[in-house]
Structure formats: C-alpha cells, structure tokens
Design a protein around this ligand. Structure first.
Ligand code: DCP
Ligand code: MG
Ligand code: MN
Length: 340
C-alpha cells in the first residue's frame, strides 16, 4: 500500500474512524469479541473509501456494514457525535472494567466476571472475591505495578540478577530486553534473557538463581515458574515474579527472567525485545515467505493449510538478529526502531 493513498483515505473520514475505533476498543475491553470484530471490519472498509462519506444510503451499501452499525455511522456524520460511545465511556461499568483490568494478569474476561458478581472496588475484590494466588499478588501491588520504572533502576535490577547469577555459572550471557533494550526512558517491567555460549551451562540455572535472589529478600513474590517444554518443542524456562531493591523508598517491580539454549539466542532476543506489535508484523512477514518465526527459531519451507501448519519445515541458522532480518529481506532495524 502506498502510504500517500493510505494517508489521504484516513484523513477524509478520520472523525468517523476515530469514533468507531474508540467504540471497538471498548467492546474489546468488555470482551464483546463479536462487536469488536464488526467494528474493526467497518473501519477497514471505511479506510478504503477515497472520498468523504455523506449519505446513509452509501453507508448501507458498504460491504460488511449492517443496518444498526450504518445508523451509528450516520449519526457520527450527521450530528458529529456518537451518543452510545459517550455513554459507554462515562459509564460506571467501563470505569470498573478499567480498574479491574489493571490487576496484573487479568484480562477483560475476569474483569467482567467480577463486575457481574457485583464487585465495584478494589476493596470489594480484596474482601469478597475468590482470588487466585497471582490475582492476590496483582492486587497487593496494584498501584506500584502501574508505575513505570525509571531506566536507571532497571539497570540496578539487572546488576542484582548478575551479581547472583555469575557465581552460580561463570560466563553467562545476561541481557535485559523489552522496552529497556528499545531505549525507553521508563519501563513497565524488567525482562531479562539469560543463556550461555557453551550451549549447556544454562541448564538448571533458573531454580538456584531464583532461590538465591529470594534468600536475600530481593524476590518477594512468585507469579510463574515454568520449566516445561512448549508445543513448539522449545525449552525456554521462565520466571515471572516481583522484586524489591534494598534501600529506602523502593517500589515492588515486576521481573521476568527467561533462560534459553544458546542456539535459540537470536530468535529469543528478537522476541523478548519486541515490541509485541513489531513481533506480530515480523511473524506475518515470515508467514508470507512460507517461514515460521517463533521465540525459538525461524523455520523455512513451512506448509500451511487453512492456517494450520501441516509441515513445520526446517530451522534456519540464525546466529544473530541481523541474520533473521536478512532471511526476511528486511533492512536491519536496531532495537530503538522496533516500536511498531
Ligand atoms: N511479547 C510479545 N507478545 C506479547 C507479550 C510480549 O511478543 N503478547 C514480547 C515483546 C515484548 C516482550 O515480549 O516487547 C516483553 O514483554 P513486556 O510485556 O514486558 O513488554 P515491553 O517490555 O515491550 O513493554 P513494558 O515497558 O510495558 O514492559
Ligand atoms: Mg517489559
Ligand atoms: Mn515483561
């Protein structure tokens, strides 16, 4: 798509698209996937219109837009406002879903269930809801987890992990990824990737490492510790938890650690550096070349049928992130340029 046409198209019906987008996002938050999807479809259709839409008859003729949605679009054009969106945005329901949706690990589904059970405040959750261990942790640090972590503090957290890891296994490669590696001034959490060049010394590291970090009081709560092989045959072991640096006025921070075999390093580094949006477009590009990019490897010669892989293909040699870009015919992009 030429970016010039795309720009012109979205400009001309921009107010409509923005309101539909906002409404679609609210539906997604309430887990109304069907409505969220039909809004998304309508947005795609309207983006393709090169002229200003100016009649109801025209809207109803557009593919994939039914009567009820067409009426709403006409309301936006005719009156410049969208009452249902305004009501929805200011409703108690949406405010509560936002509040609950910010408990770490809670999706729209759980937030909605809590609302339906009659809960309206964090205190309601604390005193009346039946919470899983992770939800209790998420609630305990609700406000702390919403605060961004200054970059310098991420560096301190990384140093603490290194200080406990190196005595266990000398020569480990320890790299902080996520938004930190993308150069952000503040981060939502700390994402640490660990491997060893010899290809074996990373094995069995995670449990002694987290034990050591618990003993000194740095790790305060566990969320996920997983050392299972996933369906891709990968052997990432991961720890999601909560840490607290020593000293006055410190805050509890979310810490993710992934330990991987060295031959998966470049793909894991690429994945864990993100952003999530960037990863999605890399994966769909791989798909186009009949390849498959995961956090473990890049496979070529993949055969798909109806979107499921009937032949997994063969893994390519990916010693560096650069090599992955090259296979996908992309110019290399440094981490700071991987937000989209
Ligand atoms: N990731 C992904 N898809 C997801 C979640 C994560 O591809 N659904 C990858 C890309 C992310 C990386 O994992 O960059 C780390 O995940 P985070 O949730 O920690 O995201 P960021 O570090 O990018 O941002 P933040 O500053 O919010 O932590
Ligand atoms: Mg992160
Ligand atoms: Mn993370």
């Amino acid at each position: 798509m030429s970016s010039q046409t795309a720009k012109k198209n979205t400009e001309v019906n921009r107010d409509i698209i923005e309101k539909l987008q906002a409404m679609g996002e609210l539906y997604a938050k309430t887990n109304d996937k069907w409505r969220a999807y039909s809004y998304q479809k309508a947005i795609t259709t309207i983006r393709r219109c090169t002229h200003r839409i100016d009649s109801y008859e025209e809207i109803i003729k557009l593919p994939g837009i039914g009567e009820s949605l067409a009426k709403k679009i006409w309301e936006i054009i005719d009156t410049g406002s969208f009452e249902k969106l305004d009501d929805f945005q200011s409703s108690e329901y949406m405010k509560v879903l936002d509040l609950f949706g910010n408990v770490w690990g809670c999706g729209p589904n759980i937030a909605k269930q809590w609302y339906d059970q009659g809960f309206r405040t964090l205190d309601d959750l604390r005193t009346k809801a039946k919470l899983s261990h992770n939800q209790q942790v998420g609630l305990k640090y609700y406000h702390e987890f919403l605060e961004r972590i200054p970059r310098d503090e991420v560096t301190e957290i990384e140093a603490m992990v290194k200080q406990h890891a190196f005595p266990l296994v000398p020569g480990l490669t320890i790299q902080t990824c996520g938004s930190y590696r993308r150069g952000k001034a503040t981060c939502g959490d700390v994402d640490i990737l660990i491997t060893h060049v010899d290809g074996i010394s990373h094995e069995g590291l995670l449990v002694p490492l987290t034990d050591s970090l618990k003993k000194c009081g740095f790790l305060t709560d566990d969320l996920i510790l997983s050392d299972k092989y996933d369906d891709d045959g990968g052997s990432h072991v991961k720890y999601f938890g909560v840490c607290l640096l020593p000293g006055e006025n410190r805050k509890h921070r979310r810490l993710d650690i992934i330990v991987i075999p060295h031959d998966e390093y470049a793909c894991a580094l690429l994945y864990f550096t993100g952003s999530a949006l960037f990863n999605r477009s890399m994966r769909s590009l791989a798909h186009k070349y009949n390849m498959y990019l995961s956090q473990h490897r890049l496979n070529t010669g993949v055969i798909r049928k109806n979107n499921s892989k009937i032949n997994m293909g063969t893994p390519l040699y990916t010693p560096t992130e650069e090599s992955i870009f090259k296979y996908l015919n992309l110019p290399y992009r440094p981490p700071e340029e991987r937000d989209h």
